[in-house]
Design a protein around this ligand. Sequence first.
Ligand code: PGA
Length: 265
Amino acid sequence: MSSAPVHSQLGSVRRPIVAANWKMHTTPTEARDLAVKISEAITDAPGVELVICPPAISLYNVRKALDSTIGVGAQNIYWKDAGPFTGEISAAMLVGVCEYAIIGHSERRQHFGETDEAVHLKVRAALTHGLTPIVCVGETLAQREAGQTNDLIAYQVRGALHGISPEELSSVVMAYEPVWAIGTGIAASGDDANAVALRIRSVLESIGGSDAAQAVRIQYGGSVTAANAAEFLSQAEIDGALVGGASLKPLEFAAIVQAAAARIV
Ligand code: PGA
């Protein structure tokens, strides 16, 4: 396997990062047009790292339509570089096409049987090929009501990231996405999301030490809108947002990005 340089964030101030997860929406033509509309709608957020994650078939189109100030990400990858894995796309194939990969989204865990071990292998593959992983963790409603949120989050974070060096860890982006908040219109509260982000950071510290844990950007995701974005993005431990439904609306997404820009003083 070839090895690409890790985008270490050790020692860096955490730069806000907002990612659009378009899920299984848009044809390639629609994706290209939407990407252009979004880039035109975002006029003044120079300090915010932006990532658009279209369906795989549109990655190339979207990359070509945008300049390098906006990142592009896959919604999933496979961990092997090549081979008899019908329908899969490897991290190796995405080099030069995109720069990020969402890994372990709850919809993949729920509908496609993705395990913590699969998430781990995908994170490793992304790092090997120089893609920045956006690693999703989050509890279901039943787990929250049973008081299992903290344990579950710790389990998922360790499962995804065990054995990863501090330098690699610092380059990872985490997304806290409570499953019950995704696509439901029922977002978590800012305080609750911040408490879980704090928990994530303490688990990261146990994996890679304090410097790496402090460098990791943690997003909140789950029914983020222009109306509630500031509630999350004003929290000390939340460095960005992973946005589904609202990222399909250029002006709404631009307003969320603006709330992230407000973090920068
Ligand atoms: P939502 O999705 O913003 O539509 O709730 C978020 C996500 O699943 O990443």
